[in-house]
Design a protein around this ligand. Sequence first.
Ligand code: FAD
Length: 464
Amino acid sequence: MPIKRADKTPMPVREAQQRAHDFIEVNEGYTKAHAAFEAERCLRCQDPVCVGGCPVNVPIPEFIHAVAMGDMAGAAEILRSANPLPAICGRVCPQESQCEAECSMTQRFSPVAIGHLERFVADWERTQPPSVQAKITRTEKIAIIGAGPSGLVCAGPPARLGYPVTIYEALHAAGGVLRYGIPEFRLPKQVLDWEIGLLKSMGVEIVCNVIIGKTLTLDELFGKMGYAAVFIGTGAGLPQFLGIPGENLNGVMSANEFLTRVNLMGGYDPDTADTPVKVGKRMAVIGAGNTAMDAVRTSMRMGAEKAMVVYRRSDKEMSARVEEYHHAMEEGVEFHWLTNPLEIQGNAEGWATGLKCQKMTLGEPDASGRARPVPIPDSEFVLPVDNVILAIGTTPNPLLTRTTSGLLTNKKGCLVADEKTGLTSKALVFAGGDAVTGAATVILAAGAGKRAAQAIHEALEARG
Ligand SMILES: Cc1cc2nc3c(=O)[nH]c(=O)nc-3n(C[C@H](O)[C@H](O)[C@H](O)COP(=O)(O)OP(=O)(O)OC[C@H]3O[C@@H](n4cnc5c(N)ncnc54)[C@H](O)[C@@H]3O)c2cc1C
């Protein structure tokens, strides 16, 4: 079917029935012809409101114009000047509620596919020899805690300026949620590895299996380790539970545990992995954010015959990216909207067998601004299940703050940090990403890492 100029050029995707059983990336990426066609749709507005919709203000019309002109190197340079993780953000950013929501085309047609074009340019860039070289020319050492997007992005600018930069990561591989959370079928690890390789080629040292707050304290980084400034990008990896009966039954786990077992510990390949992941025939995932979509789609790929999402509100209130929701539906995920879990039932051997739920209706908006779910009396029923995965949110792990004096947190356990610089309550300690905002997005974490990098440089310059 010919593509109409009024419509976004569709992203080529793999066939749903096939992809639902493997971990190969679902989206195939634009061809050169797709990208050229889509780039021509950009109106190059006088007042490019799309730029304001992007948390790191990518000069969107400029990079798209470069694509239209066939200047891929120029497009890549413009993109990277604002967003240090374009291949990742082009794949996982919620563009529909950010840049694309602001696109002037949306007044009459569908928006320009900014995210798909971003991915196209960044994927082209990965086929080119890396151009960044850096040399250590300064003596002040910088330590970064956590190798998620905020930490990785914070490492780049100081390394380019000649500072020795070391990232300490608790897990055995770098990437944070990009490694252990977001599955291969959405974000191939080779994309992440390329970004990490780029940092290493700039001299950034990544030391894995070091938990700051346990292996070493933050104060020791300044003291015996001699660092001049520290950035905390430890994320929000502590899963929340519902507090309903049956959460400690076998077969019940948090989405973080499930996804880590599969993605980081290689659970998708039981022949080679030491970490078993037992997936039964019927899997219920509670929640409707990106984490829930990743968990439910992963469970299908791990062999679940019935993969279900259970959510107490409706599809209008879910926080998952629209694309993930559509892909999940195409792959056969079953959605139980307006359904509130009350209890997980188990058998005599201690395994989960059923999820007792209650039907809900929507009432007035609550504190989050979303319609409040209200229980419908006498509407309880039991969904037969073998596994229940909880994807209802995460909070920052308190380990670091408990072992560091003078680091202020708010009542949600998030680090208190200046919005512009990331400076915390402790001198020369900066922070950003989910550790500060609570669970949020990759681009917000990347933006915070970038701002903190600049602030660290300024603070060290001012110190002389
Ligand atoms: C399953 C899932 C899917 C998601 N999907 C999307 C999506 O599609 N789009 C999107 O924009 N966002 C998505 N998000 C959210 C996004 O991934 C996060 O907002 C982002 O990764 C936060 O980056 P960060 O650097 O702050 O923390 P993280 O990515 O959490 O990285 C923190 C790192 O710090 C390490 N660490 C923690 N404590 C210590 C310590 N004491 N010492 C040393 N290291 C430590 C951790 O091991 C981790 O590697 C998703 C999140 C999840 C869980």
